[in-house]
Write a protein that binds this ligand. Sequence first.
Ligand code: SAM
Ligand code: SF4
Length: 328
Amino acid sequence: MLVDNHNRRINYLRLAVTDRCNLRCNYCMPSEGIDFVKNDKLLTIGELSKISEVLVSQGIDKIRITGGEPFVRKDLMVLLRKLSTLDKLPDISVTTNATLIGPYIDELKALGIKNINVSLDAINRETFERITRRNQFDTVHNNLIRLITEGFNVRINFIVLEGQNEQDIVPILDLMKHYNVSVRFLEEMPFNGGSKNFSGIKWDYKAILEHISKSYSDFQKLESPPTSTSINYKIEGHKGTFGIIPSFSRTFCGSCNRLRVTATGDVITCLYGKPKANLRDVIRGENGVEEIKNVVLETIGNRAKTGFEAQAEHSKTIFENSMTSIGG
Ligand code: SAM
Ligand code: SF4
């Protein structure tokens, strides 16, 4: 079992498989001039498999594949096939923008990979295109409906962006009323290539909840697992649920069970802090596989207690990188 220096059990790995993406969401990446890392700096599928295997042997039982956009990576299914053979890994999840997942839906189902988070910040075509800077609305919509009707556990991640998509908060709940999905509203974080630096946000979880309660008075708070980052609710008469993730306010650190490994192998023990080691260098060195375990144990033994403490590791802006290198 992996336990950190604040006695929190670490059993959840968020594994980024690429920093590339086919969208350019304006809260995540600049429209151009992005310095994507060279291919030889990315972990290979073999390395991603090996790292996963070692971490699962140490007590990780949930892996979420993220990116960049995971399905931009042509060999992603090779990794997913391998992960699905690991007996001690009951939960494999994927976070995706749902543009490229279509051809893989049948195989994902066959592999037993059922938990898919779809990032969708608008139900209006123009708003979607303005935010993502691409015209993939129909593809995303069709893939989303297909995932839901094929029985995947779908969660929609909707980042509430001041002046951009607040008018879609209630309509997306109306639209999803008859579907068994969870719509999760996220506070925006200042991760957009460093161009924005803010000390507060308008749409924090209280504002989001207040906004929803003006249209829906009849909803109940649900019990959530202690490690959940979302505060969850059920609206009377709705098949699914909704949640709010206070990413900026950070009320969830006390029960954080997460470890992140970026596509280049950086080990991140807190989303708000700096990388603590690099597993690519380790795995490509002598005794690579044995060393992965030692490095991870050391980083987990030195975790910041809260996101606010970790944030102090940055000297200038809170977040110098795009979220695309970290994976959310
Ligand atoms: N491309 C995939 C997607 O969009 O789902 C996976 C990678 S994306 C970086 C992972 C998650 O990070 C998404 O749900 C996205 O909405 C979230 N994200 C990106 N930038 C963010 C920001 N500035 N604040 C909050 N969440 C952000
Ligand atoms: Fe791409 Fe996801 Fe970032 Fe949007 S949020 S630009 S889909 S990585």
